[in-house]
Every structure is written in structure tokens, then in C-alpha cells.
Design a binder for this molecule. Structure first.
Ligand code: ADP
Ligand code: MG
Length: 729
């Protein structure tokens, strides 16, 4: 019988780079060709309808029935010209995936003809059965209906001959069951609140919107090797496997030359992404072997979130064609770097300004400083909530490990801006500043971003860093939907800006000069927010101690971190801003716990199966070989020789026995703990039990399995090893 691992390896080595040629080398020739974008709308809609819908989108207004009908018919005509036969509402349910329910454009008529039908009502609303999506108790089982409703601000696109219409997804009773609904609410909120502030500085600013530029990290693995690893198939990560002799220590992968097979894959998924209007731009090798990163040009946050979800789908499909599997898991391989999804976030205005980019005039610099310091204050107030937003079973392996952002939320701003804040604190005493002092302070700020952008002053160990003209939230997990992180950032800043405005209005009512009042408020904010600013090494043990002294929290695991979702403070924050009702928030909290418990349950089952069906039988097989060998030696050697030379053999036999019995014992105990966990009715209790009582067994069992991998004959080992999965390409 052939060893499954060797057959997989032989297959993998046969995989050649695929030829891939884009239809044109000029991306602009086909960029967005599968998107019902502005260009397509102009072409397919009557002028007046085009104008009306563009305006509706720009102002986020309701779209009337007649316009919707005309847009629907234009969309169908356009989609038909691209060969689409079906349409679907495309939404982002709380299971973190994308969901589609396809309907054909064709409808049979009573006289046995078929007509093509797609009108405004079908564009605007669908009723997918919501019963199979997580709802955290929001949906009664007798009322399984959910509604998906058109989001005109994210353009429809074609994938697989299907017209996909981005939608929100809500329950029959109106509660959000997706990531998009609350995100759109936060966009409206921040627009309203931030524009109000901007008006103090610049009357021409009438709209503010968050921008998001994500960076997506991922691993690639050959398809044949993937299929020989049940843990990867079932859980997205390797639950066992000894580290390779060579890992990432030579640092020879980062920015290294990209292997031809990988390059062909990249070229194809980039082309597919461009057709879908996703502006992917950079690609490079990451730190770990077979790890890569991709980043687009930033976009308006709602579209960027959709595009990130979409790009993951596209990558998965194209990878299969190239006989790869793409791994988005935060930690597919122990001992080498994990994957994150940096969320670069900023605020843009209708005047083309980036509010987190200081300009050249004192006025724009004060505007910058206002947003910059309010952001810091907002994070200081709600750092626990930010931590909760990014918590997941997968991300737990990464946060706080020695190569990923720590689980402690802090902000890095660089030495230059630190100096500005110091100066602000010192200069703005209760006395009035002289006009010269004010101007100088404001002008100094203008010189800073260039320094940061020049890359000389960057800290890679911070979970949230100011990088010259944006904040980079690095703690987001690579599988995560960017939505929750965006929702929290937008809401906490809006809340903070509201408080700022109230204080400012008060001061001005008392007759204080505007600039003077702003400086004073900002100075007070800097004072109280200091603890969240950290410039040192976020990976160090000293920081853990220091952070504790500063009163910053350090939630090491998901169940603990999630608690921040349902505190009075968070419930108030979201309900007073009309983003989530307490009921919706509790539902989300419950879904996250539920999800955590399920992930751990599956991992624990898979590991138990692998231990029982793969590892122990292989270990016994090899042990028997050794036993036979020792018996043979005993026959052949003199007693003296035998006593002298067979010791090491016997030692290995004993070691194997030890590991086998440890695995058997741990598996048995782990199953008992699982049973206990499953008895809890409430999701959060289940998830705590999985975290504290089941998870430690995963690590213990792995330890013994990985020791066995080193002892056992390579010829017998059935699961592809790290050195194979990480280096074959
Ligand atoms: P790196 O951080 O890897 O050195 P860059 O600074 O060039 O790279 O940008 C990283 C990411 O930041 C890109 O995805 C880019 O789209 C995004 N980005 C740049 N400017 C903004 C902005 N104003 N708002 C949001 N994202 C931005
Ligand atoms: Mg970056």
C-alpha cells in the first residue's frame, strides 16, 4: 500500500505553472468591465434617470419605484449583454461569509412562453429564508423570513454569469442580520457629525466619509498536500505538525522573488479582481514561507468592505484552478508568522481632502489636529470595544504571539507627533497663547507627515499606528469581515466628536476665542488619553507590565474580550447613536460566543480523530518494527553486546509508548470536557468552557504528536509535514 503522503507529494511536484495571459496589458481597457458602474449606467440609462439615481446615491436618499424599475431594466439589459442568466441579492450574513440566492431572469408565463423578468421590486427587495444564518435569537423559528434590500451605494457586478446585487440583510422585524446594515448607519453618522466639525474650519466641506485600504495576508498550499491534511480541510489550520528545520529565520521570503506558479495565480486573480472594479495594486511575499500579501488602493469604506469579501471569493476560485488552496486563517501553521488584515482607515471630504493629512496652512493643520486627537481620545475611551471587534478563535493564536500585534490596544504616533502633543500640553496653559505661538504650533504639524511617510519612523509592533495620513489598525484577523472594525472606529469617533462639539460650543458661548477654546479642549484630551499612546516595542514583556500599570486591558482570549460588547457603556454608545439596539448587540455578542465554541468543538473533534486514526496507528506500526528489531538483536548478539547496544532502541520504544498513552489519556479527558461544555445552554458559558477547559488539551495533544513525528520513520508518516506544505510551490 502506498503512503498517502508520498502520493500527495508526487502529485504536488507534477503541478506546473499555468499559462495565464490577460486579454490586455492595459488594465484600464477592462477595469470594471463586470461592474454596473457609472460608465455602464450612463450607457444604459436615460439621461434624466441617470442623473436622478446618481444624485440619490451621492446623497444616500431613497430611490422611488419608477426609477428603480428603470434601473432594474437597464441592469438586466447590461447583464444580458455580458451573458448573465441569473441574478442574486448578494449579502454579508453574520457567519462571516458571503451569501447568494440565485434566481433566473426567465419567468414562465401562463401560456407556456417564457419572458425575461426583472423589475424594480426584484432589484430592491428579496426574501431569502433567514433560518440558516446566525441570528443570535433575533429570529423566531416560526418567522424565518429575512429581507435583503438593495444597497445602491455599492455597484452591482457579474460573477459566474450571475448579476450580483449588494444588499443589506434584516430580519422580518427589522433587526440587522448582517455586517452592512450597521456599517451604513455608521457612515451616515460620521458624515453628519464630522461635517459639522469641518464646517467650523471650512464651509465648503459638506460631506465626510471614511476610507478603507485593507492589506490582506494569506498562505498558499498545494492542493494535493491540502487534501492529505484533514485538519486543513476541516478547520483551515494545522492542528499538528512539527516545525521545519528551516522556517522563516533566514528572512529570505519577504519581498523575495515570487515563484512562477504563484505568479500565474496572482496574475489571474488580479485580472479577475480588476474586471470586478477592485483596485488591487500591490503583491508581495510575506515573512513566512508560502505567505503572501495583497493590497488595493483605498476606497470609500462600504465599497472597500464589499471588495475585500469579494476578493477572498475570487482568490479562492482562482487558486483552485491553479491547483492551490488559499488559506485565510490567522494561524494556519504554528511557529511561523500568522496572517492579518491591516485596516488603513481615514476620513475624506467632498473637497478631496484627507482629514488625517495635515496640510500647509495653519487652518488645515488645526483641523487635522482636531480629528487626530479626538481619534486618540475615542480609542482611549473604547479600547476594550475595539479589542472585542477583532476577537475570534483564529485571531487568538495571533494576537499577543511574538510576531503579531499585542492583545493590548495602544496607539503609535511616532516621535514627531509625540513632540507636537507634548508641546501642546506645555504651551497651552490657562494663559492665552500669543498669535505667533499658535501659528508656530500649527505650522510645525504640517512638517510631520512627510517624515512619517518617508518610513523612517514606523513601529511594526503596534496594533494601531498612525502612518502619516491614516490610522492602520493591524489587529484585524485575516479571515475577518472588515465591517466590525469599521463600525467601531466610526462610531467611537463620532461619539467623541459630538462631545468635543458640545464642549466647544459651551466655551464659545462664554465668549472664548474659537482657536483658543479648541486648543484647550485638545490639550485636556491629550492629558487624559496619554495612557493609550505607546511608542515602544509592543512585543516585549515589559510592555505587558507597563500597560497593566497604565490601566490598559489585556484580554488574552475571545470569550473574555467579547464581554466589552454588552457593557452599559457599549450598549449606550450604540443605541444612543442608533447603530445597534441593545437586542441587536446582545445577538451579535451571542453569535460570536456561539461561533467560538463551534470552532473549538470542530478543532477538538478533528484532532481526536487524527490522533486516533492516523497518529496512534502509525506510531504502533513503527513501534512494532522496533520491537521486532530488538527481538532479533537479542537472538543475534551476545548478551553483553545486547545489554550495551539495545538500550537506545528500548528507550525509543518506551518513549513512543509514553506519547501514545499520553495522547490516549488526553483525548479521553478532552472529550469529557467537551461533553461538559455542550451541556451549557447559554452560548457564552459554552465558549468560556471551551476556552478554559478544552483548548489546553489541543495544545497538550499536539505536543505529544509532534514529538512522535520526530521519532517515527519518515516513510510511515501519513500526513504532509511542515517542510513540505510550506516549501513546495
Ligand atoms: P505600507 O503601510 O504597507 O507601507 P502604504 O502606506 O503605501 O503601505 O499603504 C498601505 C495601505 O494603506 C494601502 O492599502 C492603501 O490603500 C492604504 N491607504 C493609503 N492612504 C489611505 C487613506 N487615506 N485611507 C485609507 N487607506 C489608505
Ligand atoms: Mg501597512
Amino acid at each position: 500500500m502506498t503512503n498517502r503522503r508520498f502520493s500527495a507529494l508526487a502529485e504536488a511536484l507534477k503541478h506546473e505553472p499555468l499559462e495565464f495571459k490577460a486579454e490586455s496589458t492595459r488594465v484600464s481597457d477592462f477595469f470594471g468591465s463586470n461592474v454596473f458602474n457609472d460608465k455602464a449606467m450612463r450607457e444604459y440609462l436615460p439621461d434624466d434617470v441617470y442623473k436622478s439615481i446618481s444624485e440619490n446615491i451621492e446623497k444616500s436618499e431613497m430611490i422611488d419605484k419608477k426609477v428603480a424599475d428603470q434601473v432594474a431594466s437597464a441592469m438586466r439589459a447590461w447583464a444580458g449583454s455580458k451573458g448573465a442568466t441569473h441574478y442574486t441579492h448578494w449579502f454579508l450574513p453574520l457567519n462571516g461569509a458571503t451569501a447568494e440566492k440565485h434566481d433566473s431572469f426567465f419567468s414562465p408565463t401562463s401560456d407556456n412562453r417564457t419572458i425575461e423578468q426583472f423589475d424594480g421590486s426584484k432589484l430592491v427587495q428579496q426574501e431569502p429564508d433567514a433560518s440558516s444564518f446566525p441570528s443570535g435569537g433575533l429570529r423566531n423559528t416560526f418567522e424565518a423570513r429575512g429581507y435583503s434590500a438593495w444597497d445602491p451605494s455599492s455597484p452591482a457586478f457579474i460573477m459566474d454569469q450571475t448579476l450580483c446585487i449588494p444588499t443589506i440583510f434584516v430580519s422580518y422585524t427589522g433587526e440587522a442580520l448582517d455586517f452592512k446594515t450597521p456599517l451604513l448607519k455608521t457612515l451616515a453618522l460620521i458624515d453628519h457629525v464630522a461635517t459639522d466639525i469641518c464646517q467650523l474650519f471650512d464651509r465648503s466641506i459638506t460631506r465626510v466619509y471614511p476610507t478603507l485600504g485593507w492589506e490582506q495576508e494569506y498562505f498558499l498550499i498545494d492542493e494535493s498536500l491540502y487534501h492529505a491534511r484533514p485538519d486543513l480541510i476541516m478547520t483551515g489550520r494545522t492542528l499538528l505538525g512539527h516545525g521545519p528545520a528551516k522556517g522563516q529565520q533566514l528572512e529570505d521570503h519577504y519581498f523575495g522573488a515570487i515563484a512562477p506558479r504563484v505568479k500565474a495565480f496572482m496574475a489571474e486573480f488580479e485580472t479577475e479582481s480588476w474586471k470586478l472594479g477592485i483596485p488591487v495594486k500591490t503583491r508581495h511575499n510575506e515573512v513566512a514561507p508560502n505567505q503572501f500579501e495583497l493590497a488595493p488602493v483605498y476606497e470609500e469604506a462600504n465599497i472597500a468592505v464589499d471588495h475585500n469579501q469579494l476578493v477572498m471569493v475570487v482568490m479562492d476560485r482562482v487558486a483552485r484552478k491553479h491547483k492551490f488552496r488559499v488559506l485565510f486563517h490567522e494561524k494556519p501553521f504554528a511557529g511561523v508568522n500568522g496572517s492579518g488584515k491591516h485596516n488603513n482607515w481615514s476620513l475624506a471630504t467632498n473637497t478631496g481632502k484627507n482629514l488625517l493629512s495635515p496640510g500647509h496652512t495653519p487652518k488645515t493643520n488645526l483641523l487635522f489636529l482636531t480629528f487626530f486627537i479626538n481619534f486618540i481620545k475615542a480609542v482611549h475611551n473604547h479600547s476594550d470595544l475595539l479589542r472585542a471587534a477583532i476577537a475570534s478563535a483564529g485571531n487568538d493564536h495571533r494576537l499577543g504571539a511574538n510576531e503579531a500585534p499585542p492583545a493590548i490596544i495602544s496607539i503609535f504616533i511616532g516621535t514627531q507627533l509625540t513632540k507636537v502633543l507634548d508641546e501642546l500640553e506645555q504651551k497651552v496653559k490657562d494663559r492665552k497663547m500669543t498669535p505667533d505661538e499658535k501659528t508656530e504650533l500649527k505650522l510645525n504639524i504640517g512638517k510631520i507627515p512627510q517624515i512619517i511617510l518617508d518610513n523612517t519612523d514606523r513601529n511594526r509592533t503596534s496594533p494601531l499606528a498612525f502612518t502619516g495620513n491614516k490610522f492602520e489598525f493591524r489587529a484585524v484577523g485575516s479571515t475577518a469581515n472588515c465591517g466590525p472594525a469599521m463600525i467601531v472606529l466610526n462610531t467611537i469617533l463620532a461619539e467623541q466628536l459630538k462631545a468635543f462639539k458640545i464642549s466647544l460650543d459651551k466655551a464659545m458661548e462664554k465668549g472664548e476665542d474659537k482657536d483658543e477654546a479648541i486648543f484647550k479642549i485638545l490639550r485636556d484630551y491629550v492629558k487624559v488619553s496619554r495612557p493609550v499612546l505607546f511608542e515602544g516595542n509592543g512585543y516585549s514583556d515589559e510592555w505587558v507590565e507597563e500597560a497593566q500599570k497604565r490601566g490598559l486591558s489585556n484580554f488574552k482570549n475571545t470569550p473574555e474580550a467579547l464581554s466589552a460588547y454588552i457593557t452599559e457603556k457599549t450598549l449606550n454608545l450604540f443605541s444612543s447613536n442608533n447603530i445597534f439596539t441593545p437586542k441587536e448587540l446582545e445577538a451579535r455578542w451571542e453569535i460570536r460566543h456561539e461561533n467560538y465554541a463551534k470552532v473549538l468543538q470542530i478543532e477538538s473533534r478533528v484532532l481526536a480523530d487524527l490522533a486516533g486514526n492516523h497518529i496512534i496507528p502509525t506510531a504502533i506500526k513503527y513501534q512494532n518494527v522496533l520491537v521486532e528489531n530488538v527481538k532479533g538483536l537479542k537472538e543475534i548478539l551476545t548478551e553483553e553486546q545486547f545489554n550495551e547496544q539495545a538500550d537506545l532502541q528500548k528507550y525509543v520504544i518506551a518513549k513512543i509508548s509514553e506519547h501514545i498513552s499520553a495522547i490516549r489519556r488526553d483525548v479521553k479527558e478532552m472529550i469529557e470536557e467537551r461533553k461538559t461544555a455542550n451541556l451549557f445552554e447559554e452560548a457564552h458559558k459554552r465558549s468560556f468552557h471551551y476556552c478554559n477547559e478544552v483548548k489546553p488539551y489541543l495544545e497538550r495533544i499536539r505536543y505529544h504528536v509532534d514529538k512522535l513525528e520526530l521519532l517515527i520513520d519518515d516513510e510511515l508518516w501519513t500526513l504532509p509535514k511542515y517542510r513540505e506544505m510550506l516549501f513546495v510551490k
